[in-house]
Design a binder for this molecule. Sequence first.
Ligand code: ADP
Ligand code: GN1
Ligand code: MG
Length: 365
Amino acid sequence: MTTENKNARYINDALRAFFGKKPTYCIPYGNGHINDTFLVVLQKRYILQRMNTSIFTKPYELMENILGITSHMLSKAAMSGKDVSRCTLIVIPAIDGNSVFRDEGGNYWRVFEFVESTVAREKVEHTSDFEACGEAFGQFQQLLSDYPADKLHVTIENFHNTPWRFENLLTAEKKNTAGRAEEVAPELEFAKARAEFCKTLENAYANGTLPLRVTHNDTKLNNILFDATTGQPVCVVDLDTVMPGYSVNDFGDSIRFGANTATEDETDLSKVSLDLELFEAYAKGFLRGCNGSLTKTELALLPIGAIMMTLECGMRFLTDYLDGDVYFKIHRDKHNLDRARCQFALVADMERKLPEMNAIIERLN
Ligand code: ADP
Ligand code: GN1
Ligand code: MG
């Protein structure tokens, strides 16, 4: 059987396991870099995902996290009289009651309710929407502030351990699996010049000044769904990496993606820069959402979080390019290299604008 035929059979098996029948249609959906996502239409719409188990190696533990987090958020929403139908992901179990289905090829599948009347965005359209997005991610962190962190499984070890990501890059350079190390010498130099900077947050954690919180850890714009009519954020999705982490990284990753004047994979680097107006709008919303819970150190480190997440993400794209594109989905030749270059160009601009970022945060406090 061809790979295509096999895949079609696995999808059909998954659909049967969750719905017991063939849907009207089932098509690839969204722009995630990790899982295979499908929109399934029966009487209602659903999201079917083939989980990426080379990355998330313990799918049952992962789903235990998601069930725990979502029921925590649902009960809080219910208590505050909010619309519970769209406030978080809702897991649909398979017919046998399990939250995960394993097909004969060893693929793991899951289903969520489709969050209706929403859109995902790849680019900020209005400054005020980005402020609302900051508030939503801040609130997300607040909602989980009383979630027992020891109940959470670590789904990816060292996910935002930037010094570890830096070491991984050096290992990838040494191994030179895809024979691309020479080609990326300038990018490697760029990262190496920031080896000490990479340790900033880990050092602050080690000396007790930066707290661990339950954080989302993947706060890019397309992991939040906006109401199709009002444009307001309604639901934070992609809960696979909810783990103990630093609030400044949740702030930083949103800035990396959403406050870039270009897209994440822009090849014309003259278009890449940090939009300070968007930075300020997001910061305003995030601080409101966090509702005064951030410590002085966290507040002071927000701009560093933005630089750190952009540098770390650039290093991860570069590592993957050196490894032969085995982690992030790519859609063209050198896609990971383009993404890495774009992140590094943004880091350089953020470094230039650090005094302005600091002044904004001081002003907002
Ligand atoms: P990945 O881990 O690959 O990024 P995501 O879980 O983020 O996968 O899903 C990919 C995209 O699918 C999201 O960016 C979002 O646009 C869309 N999506 C995910 N879950 C839902 C849902 N329950 N309802 C509507 N859209 C969704
Ligand atoms: C991945 O899953 P997705 O596409 O929302 C990645 C993030 C990166 C991001 C870069 C589990 O996010 O860490 O910042 O790509 N997710 C994982 O766009 O590695
Ligand atoms: Mg995603």
